[in-house]
Design a protein around this ligand. Sequence first.
Ligand code: AMP
Length: 315
Amino acid sequence: MSFEKFKLDEKIMGGVVAAGYKKPTPIQAESIPSIMEGKDVMGLAQTGTGKTAAFVLPILQRLMKGQRGHIRALIIAPTRELSEQTHEAIQQLGRKTGLCSTSIYGGVSINTQINRLRSRVDIVSACPGRLLDHIGRGTLDLSHVEVLVLDEADHMFDMGFLPDVRRIVKHLPAHRQTLLFSATMPGEIRSLSDDLLIDPVHIEIGNTAPVMTVSHSFYPVQMEQKTALLKDILEKTDTQSVLVFTRTKSRAKSLAEQLNRIGHKVTSLHGNLTQQKRKQSLDGFRDGRYEVMIATDIAARGIDVTRISHVINYD
Ligand code: AMP
């Protein structure tokens, strides 16, 4: 199957070609036709499956027609990184369309966002808290939203965002298309989906097991030996980029300091950092300036870094 089958606008196809996508991933092949028909879709898929483009491409296609300069598509995601990543995917795939997108999340100046929202914006990719803040201040108008995407819905639930999401939805037109993506389907997500989606098409991609090319090792170890073991593993293993998960922010910070002291190029990613710092960390890890990134599970969820050779779950 090729992207031609979707009959996307040639300007969007230009973005697909520029992004280097040769053929649709399974979730794209299955969901793009239904989304383009305007149906609600509930997609059971993890990050890494190409789900972002699966909803971004049909959204761009829809927005090519109609008036520009109103928020007509809203994507809600649990973390700033995910929200920013989606915004970047829209910019990449929609680069030739002239459609404007912005991302909205906490930890950065709200005034810059307000100014950006005053200029013409067609697509907003947002985290729930800051979005509600804007709604409260009346600094964004959601009355023209035609498509709502709830991305990584299970993570939003884990992070306690579902009440916020329900609050936000009250500000959207009832007549709209709703797409929900989640890697797992706990009862709460099912009931959210029952409440928000109308007669959805269900799409489930693959099983949730890691791919066959990933090998696993488990080291039973006492707490006080963990750091020494980690240092040893890093020293003796041929690694490219290593992502280390810790359970807490303070552990991420102290572990990063310890590895730094013995000469590793290391950065960390957790909720105590400013957004600028988080971006610096992630960019540096992506382009290889840092060989190790220590992150809290929550902060690093859903991040897309292609160079990663090893993932270490410290806790
Ligand atoms: P996602 O699951 O949306 O986070 O996407 C994971 C990665 O796959 C991203 O780096 C995308 O740019 C990439 N990707 C998405 N669709 C395709 C495709 N059809 N062909 C190749 N790469 C893709």
